[in-house]
Ligand binder design. Structure first.
Ligand code: PBG
Ligand code: ZN
Length: 327
């Protein structure tokens, strides 16, 4: 005479709830972003006001912070550079002794097992803050490809484990893949920011990386948040061009896109919980309006549940502490 579903049977104890839990968060799937500052004082640590808990780090300080995070269980990181000099050709992006190139060399030398991913873009290195070359007040696609490919190759030469083009120029994955292949890096994976929306949630990052566009916006190259089918076209193109991992960015406002890609492609799928997603939780928690740990774990669990294999998040360090049962 069972007339209704008794869902509470499987929620009766922590043990049963653990037993039937469908989604978990593992250290191996988390990627912590770092901002590396080119500075004469390699011990610099400059807190980023709009991202409480994150800082711009000089080279020596970066190594120290990474060492501490490895003690917490860190497995993967992604690097963003803040160069001392910006120009109209982003020369610091592919300089042999650029800040990212140095950071990768030093990190890989000291922590060879760590998976080091580099963000490949030009905006942090351009005096105008756009992700490509500007001519006639326009971001030019094809001339930008060559610089992006050079940047990726220079990261590879420095010892990066994965390169991640985030610029949203058309044909960038192919350009990067060809440059890597032609120079002996056939085995180096490309993680493509395949589906990157023109999002208001990047606001704090542009502060952090000093990469806000000096004029206009990124809507001629990043995607319109209203479009889902277009995400399929972008992904298909990147797969054809040779991407090894696809990424959706931002994460939480685009769970439908993550789920759709999961169903349509068999590549590993990453999602980037971006700066604004981070800072909105931080801000609310700072006011006592949200319980931080609960909100963070719920958000990353949702991103995984939607279908992401890999999550890039500024909360990685906190989650590692919680996984280890600290705090
Ligand atoms: C650079 C880049 C951006 C982010 C990652 N790579 C900024 C942008 O496109 O403006 C955003 C990351 C974040 O908000 O956390 N192309
Ligand atoms: Zn960019």
């Amino acid at each position: 005479m069972q007339k209704f579903h008794r869902g509470r049977r499987l929620r009766r104890s922590p043990g049963i709830r653990d037993l039937i839990r469908e989604t978990g968060i593992q250290a191996s799937a988390l990627v912590q972003p770092y901002f590396v500052l080119e500075s004469p004082d390699e011990n610099t640590l400059r807190p980023i006001a709009s991202m409480p808990g994150q800082s711009q780090l000089g080279l020596a300080r970066l190594l120290e912070v990474v060492a501490g995070d490895i003690d917490l269980g860190l497995k993967n990181l992604i690097l963003f550079g803040i160069p001392a000099h910006k120009d109209s050709r982003a020369s610091a992006a592919y300089a042999e002794n650029g800040i990212i190139q140095q950071a990768v060399q030093r990190i890989k030398k000291r922590f060879p097992e760590l998976v080091v991913i580099t963000d490949v873009c030009l905006c942090e290195y351009m005096d105008h803050g756009h992700c490509g070359i500007i001519r006639d007040s326009e971001v030019k696609n094809d001339p930008s490809l060559e610089l992006l490919a050079r940047t990726a190759l220079s990261h590879a030469l420095s010892g990066a484990d994965i390169v991640a083009p985030s610029d949203m120029m058309d044909g960038r994955v192919l350009a990067v893949r060809e440059a890597l292949d032609a120079n002996g890096h056939r085995e180096l994976p490309v993680m493509s920011y395949a589906v990157k929306y023109a999002s208001a949630y990047y606001g704090p990052f542009r502060d952090a990386a000093q990469s806000a566009p000096a004029f206009g916006d990124r809507k001629t190259y990043q995607m319109d948040p209203a479009n889902a089918r277009e995400a399929m076209r972008e992904s298909r193109a990147d797969v054809q061009e040779g991407a090894d991992i696809l990424m959706v960015k931002p994460a939480l406002p685009y769970l439908d896109i993550i789920r759709a890609l999961r169903g349509s492609f068999d590549l590993p799928l990453a999602a980037y919980q971006v700066s604004g997603e981070y800072s909105q939780i931080k801000a609310a928690a700072g006011q006592g309006w949200l319980e931080e740990k609960g909100a963070v774990l719920e958000s990353v669990t949702a991103i995984k549940r939607a279908g992401a294999d890999i999550i890039l998040t500024y909360f990685t360090r906190d989650i590692l502490k919680w996984i280890a049962g600290k705090k």
